[in-house]
Design a binder for this molecule. Structure first.
Ligand code: PGH
Ligand code: CA
Ligand code: ZN
Length: 307
């Protein structure tokens, strides 16, 4: 199929209470893993590039690869910009053929975030592309942070209502206690599920959960066994996905889990096969392992079988 507009995928997900996975990539193998996983699971899929990934792989190369791969499968694939910060990022990606963009003005004041998002939405909507925005601050939730500090970082439902009305965004990334990377929680997983529910009931639009990797203990153990050093990493369990989705999340962003699995496989093969120097012998198994992780996520998110 040609690349699908993300807004179109959301309609069914929002109605039927499941989430579509966003999987970040910056190379051939991660993209193949996501698209093949989607085809095998009969799931819609969002593949995403950050501005750093675009710089790494080249926008034309990455868009052409994604388009070509999407055309060869029967399930919808959306190409999304992850955490665009400038209006120029938005324009460049929309013009290059992305079918969804995120404008992340979360570090600005509410008024500035609204103005920036409004500008992004006007441009993208003019070309038929839907926009994700972010309100509130993600960030590691430390055990010693007090309740008021924590509350101040999380997305405020009243602000969210004003934000969406005035900015015109199509989907909203909410800060509800997750953070990016491998170190999300110090003690217990502290996601504010009630906040998701409240915001969803007030807005009705698709909500996005960033920082949603599980940080699989087996991957971390394997990395450490073969010379890596990743300590105290922690992420979301299957139960958290289910609760978040039940309360109104329709898009779940996963990057760290893929990177961890990739690294674990590469480290082990390099250790086990010291005489090997064919890149395909390293990258192929790593790609297949990433694909399996993505298929598992599609089941957990409820998107499997929905394409
Ligand atoms: C994410 C990814 N990308 O926008 O939110 O989060 O680090 O948990 O994979 P993770
Ligand atoms: Ca942000
Ligand atoms: Zn994110």
């Amino acid at each position: 199929m040609p690349l699908e507009i993300l807004g179109r995928m959301y309609e069914k997900a929002n109605r039927e209470y499941y989430a579509i996975g966003q999987f970040n990539f910056s190379n051939l193998e991660f993209l193949q893993a996501a698209v093949e996983a989607a085809e095998e699971m009969k799931s819609p899929v969002i593949v995403a590039l950050s501005t750093g990934a675009i710089k790494y792989g080249g926008i034309k190369n990455l868009v052409a690869l994604t388009r070509t791969m999407a055309e060869q499968v029967s399930v919808p694939v959306a190409l999304h910009l992850d955490h665009g910060e400038k209006i120029d990022d938005i324009k460049r990606c929309v013009d290059a053929g992305f079918t969804s963009v995120m404008i992340d003005g979360s570090h600005h004041s509410l008024d500035e975030n609204i103005a920036l998002t409004r500008q992004a939405a006007e441009y993208a909507h003019g070309k038929g592309i839907t926009v994700e925005a972010e309100l509130g601050r993600l960030g590691g939730i430390e055990d010693d942070i007090n309740v008021d500090e924590r509350d101040a970082r999380l997305t405020d439902p009243d602000e969210a209502v004003r934000f969406v009305k005035e900015s015109g965004c199509d989907a909203l990334a909410v800060a509800v206690g997750t953070s990016h990377g491998a170190y999300k929680f110090k003690g217990e997983n502290r996601i504010d599920f009630d906040r998701i529910k409240t915001i969803k009931s007030r807005l009705g639009i698709p909500l996005v959960l960033h920082g949603a990797s599980s940080v699989d203990a087996q991957s971390v153990a394997q990395i450490n066994e073969y010379g890596g050093k990743i300590e105290g990493a922690k992420g979301l369990d299957a139960e958290s996905y289910a609760r978040a989705i039940k309360n109104g999340i329709n898009k779940v962003n996963i990057d760290t889990d893929l990177r961890l699995k990739w690294t674990a496989v590469l480290r082990k093969i390099m250790h086990d096969k010291p005489g090997e120097f064919d890149p395909r012998k390293f990258l192929g198994p790593a790609r297949d392992a990433v694909k399996e992780i993505i298929k598992e996520k599609m089941k957990l998110l409820g998107s499997a079988g929905k394409a």
